[in-house]
Ligand binder design. Structure first.
Ligand SMILES: NC(=O)c1ccc[n+]([C@@H]2O[C@H](COP(=O)([O-])OP(=O)(O)OC[C@H]3O[C@@H](n4cnc5c(N)ncnc54)[C@H](OP(=O)(O)O)[C@@H]3O)[C@@H](O)[C@H]2O)c1
Length: 267
């Protein structure tokens, strides 16, 4: 894979990386960027076809990619991950949690208890369980980079998204506490908060009128690209980002800054 035009402190040669939720959208862009920076990447998602296509594209571009089709909520998920690292003969240096489960836009009192449980199982319990399997080897190796993909929607709160926002905010508490516990062992842990990013899910599931309304509150006035979120994550995973831990990084194009569009110069 042709080396990206990165400074040596942003290269990831010799590192291993795990991207959970890597088959499309932001997660796929993260896997591609980590591989371009030189990391060997393990890609996880449930759908084997899309996952293998993502891994093949990385290999075709000269990178190193290993697809692992599994549900992150499965009881044996932590054991399967540990097995992969044993096979690679190295501990996991970098872990990016990008998986999310969504609920319909509904006010809290209309949401079924089962929907709440399913969402929290995927968005909060699964990363806790998987991190338990990864942190020991990171501590032993004296190095680790963990990044959670949260959401800029959870900071101000969002009508109709109580459970999703609660789960994304939980990742911040999780990241800060892991940062405190494992910082002395050389492990950093951060959260990246995307705003509206063009991905297959957004194209399919978010109405154009809703997307337009969100962009009215964005300083840049455009949707983000998956690669733009990926480059922030890659930076945090590199030596260049080594001082940053327990932090939230917003990559939203200035969502919520309330720009005065009527006074803005016409393009
Ligand atoms: N796009 C945006 O505008 C936006 C804004 C704010 C935050 N975010 C966050 O960014 C992340 C990615 O969003 P996205 O829009 O790129 O796409 P997405 O459709 O949410 O992609 C999710 C990825 O996770 C995998 N996945 C889902 N459930 C899984 C499970 N139980 N086990 C294993 N893999 C699973 C999916 O593949 P399978 O379905 O095949 O398993 C897919 O690869 C999410 O955390 C989302 O909350 C996105």
């Amino acid at each position: 894979m042709p080396a990206m035009d990165l400074g040596p402190k942003q290269r990831l040669d010799g590192r291993t990386a795990l991207v959970l939720g890597a088959s499309r959208g932001i997660g796929r862009a993260v896997a591609e960027s980590l591989a371009q920076a030189g990391a060997r990447v393990v890609l996880v998602a449930r759908g084997a076809g899309e996952l293998q296509a993502a891994a093949r594209a990385i290999v075709a571009a000269g990178g190193s990619a290993h697809p692992l089709a599994m549900d992150v909520c499965a009881a044996d998920a932590p054991a399967r991950l540990s097995q992969v690292w044993r096979q690679l003969g190295r501990p996991c240096d970098i872990a990016v949690w990008n998986v999310a489960h969504y609920a319909l836009y509904q006010v809290l009192e209309q949401i079924e208890p089962r929907t709440i449980e399913n969402l929290l199982r995927t968005n909060v319990l699964a990363p806790l369980r998987l991190l338990q399997a990864l942190l020991g080897p990171m501590r032993a190796g004296g190095f680790g980079r963990i990044v959670f993909v949260g959401s800029a929607a959870s900071e101000p709160g969002s009508h109709g998204q109580v459970v999703y926002c609660a789960s994304k905010s939980a990742l911040t508490g999780l990241a800060r506490s892991v940062a405190a516990e494992y910082g002395p062992a050389g492990v950093t842990c951060n959260v990246v908060l995307p705003g509206l990013v063009t991905t297959p899910r957004v194209e399919h599931a978010v109405q154009p009128a809703v997307r337009a309304r969100i962009l009215e509150r964005s300083a840049l006035g455009r949707e983000g690209r998956a690669g733009e979120v990926a480059s922030v994550i890659c930076f945090l995973c590199s030596d260049a980002g080594g001082l940053i831990t327990g932090a939230e990084w917003t990559a939203s194009g200035g969502l919520g800054l309330d720009p005065a569009r009527s006074g803005a110069p016409k393009e």
